[in-house]
Write a protein that binds this ligand. Structure first.
Ligand code: APR
Length: 241
């Protein structure tokens, strides 16, 4: 099926649906200038003094805290990033009452910045930071503008509210995301390689008949989708919403 036919099919599916859920990953933010992880130019593909994927783990955070924050500020903080067409169109779809929830693996807060209200952040958010000792909240700038290891006034280390490898996802967020998917009549999955669990396993809770994947590269789960569009999510949603 050529791209135009697929895009037209997607447009029709969206117009027929009243309970759409969107499940996205790092590919949704690349058009905002934020690198993803596993594309050829992704964060995990770059030469770095440590294997990049290992840096984003709880063990690394505990053992090499200063190195963690150097990497985190450099590669996971984007103070000037703006919502792109994908974020904007999804907020529009929610505004039309057709999209009920955005479920994202991203921590950049761009869906909310674009106007989406119901956003489940499976991997947390860089906009929230908490003291590991007293729990005090600190904003994005506090960590981004700090040098070395950011410290609370109580002396505790301030940690981003981002789910690292070896850490669990927030139970309420998981429950809300699974319920949204289970109740949806259409699930649009986009900008994710579907390689990280438990997030990648959530699509199994979908029981509707309109299951769509929009992704630049093919994934190991392509054949599970009724419609697969290998294209840029911002461009595709611009044509269909
Ligand atoms: N439009 C559509 N797809 C895109 C675009 C785009 N503009 N840009 C990139 N992609 C696709 C890539 O082809 C890739 O398959 O998005 C996918 C991004 O995959 P990953 O980089 O693996 O990102 P993601 O799936 O979100 O990773 C999941 O891994 O390390 C963890 O916590 C991290 O949340 C992250 C998780």
């Amino acid at each position: 099926m050529i791209l135009q036919d697929s895009v037209l099919k997607l447009k029709n599916m969206i117009s027929e649906s009243r309970n759409i859920v969107f499940f996205g990953g790092a590919g949704v933010s690349t058009e905002s200038g934020i690198k993803d992880f596993r594309s050829a130019d992704g964060i995990y593909m770059m030469d770095y003094k440590f294997p990049p994927e290992s840096v984003l783990s709880h063990t690394f955070f505990k053992k090499h805290t200063e190195e963690f924050f150097d990497f985190y500020r450099k590669y996971l903080c984007f103070p000037d990033a703006k919502p792109n067409m994908a974020h904007i169109k999804l907020a529009e779809l929610e505004n039309q009452g057709k999209l009920k929830a955005v479920i994202t693996q991203n921590v950049d807060g761009l869906h909310q910045l674009a106007g989406s209200n119901t956003v489940y952040e499976l991997h947390g958010s860089a906009l929230r930071n908490y003291c590991t000792k007293c729990g005090k909240f600190y904003d994005f700038d506090f960590v981004y503008k700090s040098n070395g290891v950011p410290k609370c006034e109580c002396g505790g280390i301030v940690k981003p509210d981002v789910v690292l490898y070896e850490e669990g996802l927030d139970n309420d967020t998981v429950e809300n995301a699974v319920n949204a998917i289970a109740n949806a009549d259409m699930l649009i999955v986009a900008g994710t390689s579907l390689t990280v669990y438990p997030a990648a396993g959530f699509i199994r809770y979908f029981s509707g008949d309109k299951l769509v994947l929009i992704n630049k590269d093919s994934t190991a789960m392509d054949e599970k989708f009724g419609l697969v569009i290998h294209g840029k999510i911002g461009e595709v949603l611009k044509e269909t919403v």
